[in-house]
Ligand binder design. Structure first.
Ligand code: GLC
Length: 549
């Protein structure tokens, strides 16, 4: 934990490591990562130097969307562990100096949730249907009630067969059909989630990630959104959309904030909100709402100095008036891994695995990814790391079609492969799959490439030039270097076109060279860490941290 200013809540500057649980570490030999696997690797995470973990949903789930289809928000899926395991995890993480955040999926339940089953079984007019969006179809019932679309492709409505066998009403799902949307105007829904928030805070979690936060309110009457045929779920472009980023979502966050404020220990909410620009995002982190938010403008930016600077400036200036700290993130379980993105000609991220396949240069991508790590970890505020980025893992783009599980693959009519390629289980050790992820004779739930033998934790741990060593050093320095450790404000310096250079206070400078010419380091300070070997000049696609005192 940080030593500098004990009054500052930990989450204002925390580096949070995303654990995609089923791909992290498997303790029981079923090929799927689990809570006890994570427990066994806590020493690795503490040694890496992160401050907190965010664990993706571990609740009972039919796994239609990797656990984001929850059938019981207050229990653990037996394939992943038990509540007792989670209690042990929490205690051990805290002992290791790591905080722990859980994922709250409140926009929808699983279609297997008891509420939805009751809504189906009760038929038209059943009170349980009021917790979801059941509506009659248009044109005598055969067409969906409106033109809303699913994030995974296709319409956001599915028609049900009524208990008497007839074709009946439609229900809304902004994600997969197995994830029916809840109607947040229903007091029963609100109260149920108050209880769920309390359940996890009572258990001792340090924070809660709010999944799909902008989806929690819909315009009454559910009018058409005006989506063009075949439109993608590009919520970063939507303005005044009837099913996304409505002002009423903020009532929910105020309600949750008033609950978390009653707890000790600086509990934090982080919102997942892909909305139209930093000003809209700032509304999620007003003083009586969620504390922090992911920053998708930064994540989606291409490897381009002007674009990155615009994302950084836009974030800082939008968040300053509401007093919320920025966060920075390069990858997640929903995006093409940035080593692969940064090696492409078009290096920005697309939405929900809808990236067009494009050739990539992984040597270039890794070089840029290492520079991007130093940029990200030198910015004010907090940062999110996605498991495996500290190993420099690329996207696995050649998974056989028969193993693909992401709903995007089916829903896009097999045109978009979806997000499985960033979810391949981690390589820990050894020279062949499963690389220590699970028992030697077991196949992980997604196959790992043979080429990952050079990228395992064991292969990188003692190599000072490895990506893992770079992250470990950067995370340690972040806790001690003046300017970084005290979260000093950022001031840009002009080192010419294509170069991002900024100071944090008077004693720290970060330079990232995205231009095609070397940048002279003379007079810039003493390098303490560089993303690639450096002599007198900083080469293209390289970053340096320098002490300027
Ligand atoms: C969020 C999650 C994503 C999931 C979706 C639906 O975007 O990060 O993985 O598919 O919500 O819950």
């Amino acid at each position: 934990m940080r030593a500098c200013d004990d009054r500052r809540p930990w989450w204002r500057t925390a580096v949070v490591y995303e654990v995609y649980l089923r791909s992290f570490a498997d303790s029981d030999g079923d090929g799927v990562g689990d809570v006890n696997g994570l427990r066994s690797r806590l020493p690795y995470l503490a040694d890496l130097g992160v401050d907190a973990l965010w664990v993706t949903p571990w609740y009972p789930s039919p796994m239609a969307d990797g656990g984001y289809d929850v059938s019981d928000h207050r229990d653990i899926d037996p394939r992943l562990g038990t509540l007792a395991d989670v209690d042990s995890l929490l205690a051990e993480a805290h002992d290791a100096g790591l905080r722990l955040m859980v994922d709250l999926v409140a926009n929808h339940t699983s279609a297997e949730h008891p509420w939805f089953r009751a809504a189906l079984a009760g038929g038209r007019g059943a009170p349980e249907r009021a917790r979801y969006f059941f509506r009659d179809g248009r044109d005598g019932g055969d067409r969906p009630p409106n033109d809303w679309i699913s994030a995974f492709g296709g319409p956001a409505w599915t028609r049900v067969r009524e208990p008497d066998g007839s074709m009946g009403q439609w229900y809304l799902h902004l994600f997969a059909p197995e994830q029916p949307d809840l109607d947040w105007d229903d007091p029963v829904v609100q109260e149920e989630f108050d209880g769920t928030v309390r359940f996890w805070l009572d258990r001792g979690v340090d924070g809660i990630r709010v999944d799909a936060a902008p989806a929690l309110a819909k315009v009454p009457g559910l009018p058409d959104a005006g989506h063009a045929p075949g439109a993608l779920f590009e919520s970063a472009r939507w303005v005044d959309n009837p099913h996304w980023d409505r002002d009423e979502v903020h009532d929910v966050f105020r309600r949750w904030r008033s609950i978390s404020d009653g707890y000790d220990g600086d509990r934090v909410f982080v919102s997942e909100a892909v909305v139209a620009g930093p000003e809209r995002l700032a509304r999620y982190v007003r003083p009586d709402e969620l504390h922090t938010s992911f920053n998708f403008d930064y994540l989606r930016a291409a490897w381009d100095a002007d674009g990155l600077r615009a994302a950084i400036d836009g974030t800082l200036s939008a968040l300053a008036p509401v007093g919320a700290p920025p966060t920075w993130v390069l990858s997640s379980h929903d995006e093409t891994r940035h080593v692969t993105r940064f090696g492409r000609a078009a290096s920005g991220a697309a939405t929900m695995g809808f990236d067009a396949a494009a050739p990539t240069d992984l040597v270039l991508g890794l070089r840029r990814a290492r520079a991007a790590a130093l940029l990200t970890l030198a910015l004010p505020g907090g940062a999110y790391l996605y498991q495996g980025e500290e190993l420099g893992l690329p996207e696995v783009e050649d998974l056989p079609e028969e193993v693909l599980q992401d709903p995007t693959w089916e829903r896009s009519g097999h045109t978009a492969r979806g997000r499985d390629g960033c979810r391949v289980p981690l390589p820990w050790s050894g020279d062949r799959p499963p690389f220590g992820f699970t028992a030697d004779d077991v196949r992980p739930w997604l196959p790992q490439p043979e080429s990952w033998r050079d990228l395992t934790v064991a292969a990188q741990r003692d190599d000072p030039a490895s990506t893992l060593s770079l992250y470990r050093r950067a995370l340690r320095l972040r806790r001690t270097l003046p300017g970084l450790a005290d979260d000093a404000p950022l001031t840009w310096c002009d080192l010419g076109e294509g170069v991002l250079a900024f100071d944090r206070g008077r004693r720290f400078r970060c330079i990232v060279n995205l231009s095609d010419r070397p940048v002279a380091l003379a007079g810039q300070g003493g390098p303490v860490l560089t993303s690639s070997p450096v002599a007198a000049d900083l080469p293209t696609d390289t970053a340096a941290w320098l002490r300027t005192d």
